[in-house]
Design a protein around this ligand. Structure first.
Ligand code: NAP
Length: 586
């Protein structure tokens, strides 16, 4: 391992003082003059692998690669670990995967020692878990925080990836792993007059660390996707008055809000190997493990997604009874709604009928009901009192389809109908998903070929792991892999393990570079599209971020792999077992 003596002097007008810090085993540099006086920077050792991002993917990559004897260094824009769960701190932020499933499986000690307080975790609990993992496995010593990677380029002469940061530093390593997350670049629509607003502006995906006091304030929120739906009930409780600006109504079902039952948690802990095995063989990386020791849990269980009865084979009375007995969330369990448009519409109407019984004002209820797309087109949204919130006197719904925003003003929002005075404006307008962070990193591969150019008509990858023309660059949960359609922690572990094993194989066989064959990429893209065809995800009425439809000008391509996690995993395992037949090694 060699030391690279690369640092930027351009921000420091005076001399630089360098000192070795024994405790942190790092060289620290102090700028002795000008406005950067006292600034300390970490000195990096030249590692085997550079990692971009210190969310769960980057964190596990550090741990896994270290265990293979590789030296690593990661860069993270935030001041600490956690990724999605570091940035999305808005009131009401929660995970939509059960806590006992949304956890790492690589360490039995970690599995046994961690206690989840709720069945579905709130953001602070998941962030606490991320911090615990960072401490337990001593991850922070290989992470530079507060640092954005601004450019990544392949150096053909020495077969290295060169990373440039916003601090002006450059780093090199033979391998680069993009652990930048699927939902990490917030989308803020370019609304007319947006810069003129005099009040406070917030984005759910970039929520401040310090507490935001909304007491007595007039708050407006744009967007009713997963983030908006979770935030609305909490904001209504905190603010003086809340106005919800909705463009497309959402299908949302009640989340399980139970405290964790100790017996259930213990039974999971006793059976974690089986739970992990079941996850590996489930389409979405969810074990659906049913504890037997707690009778109440068994009695109330809802059939997993798509594994319940066929809605078309039931009478309307049976359909309504099914929902009444099991809750609205069981609407996703009907077996025929994902491929049969007629069955889908029956379920949509059943959903609408149920909401009409919750929202007191029929006018407001009708505005809240999705009518031009079906259940299963978008990621299911889970809420806590979303519809009930519109029964409050201090909450107002604005239908932006009927009365679009004309402009943001100094005092609020002007729609075609009227002006809404606001003190705080919150964007819950989602993300440039899956490709956003990769393209933002300004990656150029062999011969200076830009990733943005390669992906101008949509992402092209092999297995969502690598791109031809970008040797030794790996993406964790990249487009073309199950990623967001899978339990993310399961998908991350599988990807990082595969990448680690691949690098290990290259080292052991004296191979310097790996990249996919053109034929492999083409075959994979065709397959990814084939499996998405005929599903509710790609019907013409569906406009989701899975398709890039939320970002103006983004190519409309179904980005994740919908063929299921086990099938995908098998493809990856076959590649490794064959000595990476689908790749060019050199
Ligand atoms: P989203 O699903 O993309 O929703 C964005 C919302 O903003 C939509 O209602 C959208 O309306 C609206 N919007 C965007 N641009 C607009 C404009 N110019 N004018 C008016 N409205 C506009 O984003 P998200 O809610 O942040 O969720 C994204 C994903 O993050 C989720 O699908 C989920 O995977 C993940 N997430 C998960 C959780 C959880 O675990 N429970 C929580 C939050 C997020 P249109 O639909 O009309 O475009």
């Amino acid at each position: 391992m060699s030391i690279i003596w690369t640092w930027s002097l351009k921000r420091c007008p005076g001399p630089i003082f360098v000192e070795y810090h024994f405790k942190f085993r790092q060289l620290l540099r102090y700028c002795t003059g000008g406005r950067y006086a006292g600034l300390t920077k970490k000195m990096a050792e030249k590692p085997d692998v550079l990692i971009v991002g210190a969310g769960f993917a980057g964190m596990y990559a550090i741990h896994r690669f270290r265990s293979l004897g590789l030296s690593v260094h990661a860069f993270e824009a935030g001041t600490d670990v956690g990724g999605t769960w570091y940035w999305n701190r808005y009131p009401g932020a929660r995970c939509d995967v059960p806590s006992l499933e949304y956890s790492f499986g690589f360490s039995e000690e970690l599995e046994q020692e961690w206690i989840w307080p709720e069945v579905f975790s709130a953001q602070p609990d998941i962030l606490e878990y991320a911090n615990h993992v960072a401490e337990r496995f001593d991850l922070r010593r290989d992470i530079t925080f507060n640092t954005v990677v601004t450019e990544i380029s392949w150096q053909e002469d020495n077969h290295q990836w060169r990373l440039t940061t916003d601090q002006g530093d450059t780093f090199e390593a033979p391998f680069c792993v993009m652990a930048t997350g699927c939902l990490s670049v917030p989308n803020k629509p370019d609304l007319p007059g947006a810069d003129t607003f005099k009040g406070r502006v917030l984005h759910t995906g970039l929520w401040p660390k310090e507490e935001v006091d909304l007491t007595g304030l007039r708050v407006g929120i744009i967007g009713t996707g997963s983030s908006g739906v979770q935030a609305v009930p909490e904001l209504a409780r905190l603010a003086g008055h809340l106005t919800v600006f909705q463009r497309t109504p959402v299908y949302t079902v009640p989340a399980n809000r139970k405290r964790m039952n100790e017996t259930v948690q213990n039974e999971f802990k006793d059976n974690y190997r089986q739970v992990r095995e079941l996850q590996q063989n489930n389409l979405r990386g969810i074990s659906n493990f049913r504890p037997m020791r707690n009778v109440e849990v068994n009695r109330n269980s809802v059939a997993p997604r798509g594994e319940g009865p066929m809605i078309k084979e039931m009478t309307p009375e049976e359909q309504h009874r099914y929902i009444k007995e099991r809750g609205l969330e069981s609407i996703y369990s009907f077996g025929d709604i994902y491929f049969d448009l007629e069955a889908n519409e029956i379920a949509n109407e059943l959903f609408r009928d149920t909401i009409r019984t919750i929202v007191r004002s029929p006018t407001v209820a009708e505005k809240l009901l999705p009518k031009d797309y079906g259940l299963g087109c978008k990621r299911p949204v889970l809420d806590r009192d979303f519809y009930e919130t519109f029964n409050r006197d201090d909450v107002e719904l604005v239908d932006l389809r009927a009365t679009p925003i004309e402009t943001i003003t100094e005092q609020g929002i002007q729609t075609t109908e009227r002006h809404y005075e606001l003190d705080v404006l919150i964007y819950a307008t989602g993300f440039d998903a899956m490709t956003g962070a990769l393209l933002k990193s300004n990656i150029s591969g062999r011969d200076g070929f830009k990733l943005a150019e390669k992906w101008q008509y949509g992402p092209v990858t092999y297995l969502g792991l690598q791109m031809r023309g970008f040797p030794n660059l790996f993406t964790v949960t990249g487009p073309g892999s199950p990623s967001v359609l899978c339990n993310m922690l399961v998908a991350i572990e599988q990807h990082v393990n595969w990448i680690g094993d691949c690098i290990d194989y290259l080292r052991k066989t004296g191979t310097r570079v790996i990249e996919p064959l053109e034929a492999s990429e083409e075959r994979w893209i065709v397959h990814v599209n084939e499996v998405a065809e005929g599903t509710m995800y790609t019907v013409p009425s569906c406009n989701s971020w899975y398709l890039g439809a939320n970002i103006e000008g983004k190519p409309r391509i179904f980005m994740p792999y919908v063929g299921g996690f086990p099938r995908y995993r098998f493809q990856c395992e076959q590649e490794a077992a064959s000595g990476y037949e689908g790749f060019a090694l050199g």
